[in-house]
Write a protein that binds this ligand. Structure first.
Ligand SMILES: [Zn+2]
Ligand SMILES: [Zn+2]
Length: 188
């Protein structure tokens, strides 16, 4: 099953990238993502100078780079598992005992509003977050739940019918079975 999803809000009152430095964000995020092994699902990427990069990224969006915000963005960037807010909270509260779930939710919402992170609603009952703003789709294994990024060319999708609309989100979601679950004899 494949779903092509998009949230359309119209009429248009600007271009689809309201923040002028969007290209810079994509470059930074690409450098971070490909600095490590991106072939495995939950790899932690070695980011030298990561704090400075995240700091300047936040400052560019007029976001005060508090320690919690930096660590939340760092967590998001260093994992390809597309974590939920709860997962981020659980991972970071050991290190930041004053952290609350509300802070995590508010921070993630702030990142999304600032266009430096995006929401994945690949399942209706869970909200996941992704700091990789480059053009890519998401595959979810219906058996083990793993989510894998895949590349697609957005230019290949004909959006002529949306002329005059402002597209705020572009999501391509695929569902099925990963090779491991297929090999384990899961129903196809
Ligand atoms: Zn699987
Ligand atoms: Zn992704």
């Amino acid at each position: 099953m494949a779903r092509l999803m998009g949230r359309i809000i119209g009429p248009a009152y600007g271009n689809e990238e309201p923040h002028g430095c969007n290209n810079i964000k994509i470059v930074i995020s690409t450098i971070l993502w490909y600095n490590g092994n991106s072939n495995t699902g939950k790899d932690v990427i070695n980011m030298s100078g990561k704090t400075e990069i995240i700091c300047s990224m936040l400052l560019k969006e007029n976001i005060k780079p508090s320690y919690a915000r930096i660590r939340i963005m760092e967590y998001l960037m260093s994992r390809k598992s597309h974590p939920t807010a709860d997962e981020i909270y659980t991972a970071l509260v050991k290190e930041i005992p004053t952290l609350s779930k509300t802070t995590v939710y508010n921070t993630l919402n702030l990142f999304v509003r600032s266009n430096i992170a995006r929401v994945l609603t690949i399942e209706e009952n869970e909200t996941r977050y992704d700091a990789d703003m480059s053009c890519h789709g998401h595959f979810k294994c219906e058996e083990c739940g793993m989510i894998r990024d895949f590349c697609f060319r957005s230019a290949a999708i004909d959006t002529n019918d949306l002329d005059g609309f402002l597209v705020r989100e572009k999501n391509v979601y695929y569902y099925g079975l990963c090779p491991e679950c297929l090999a384990n004899g899961t129903k196809s």
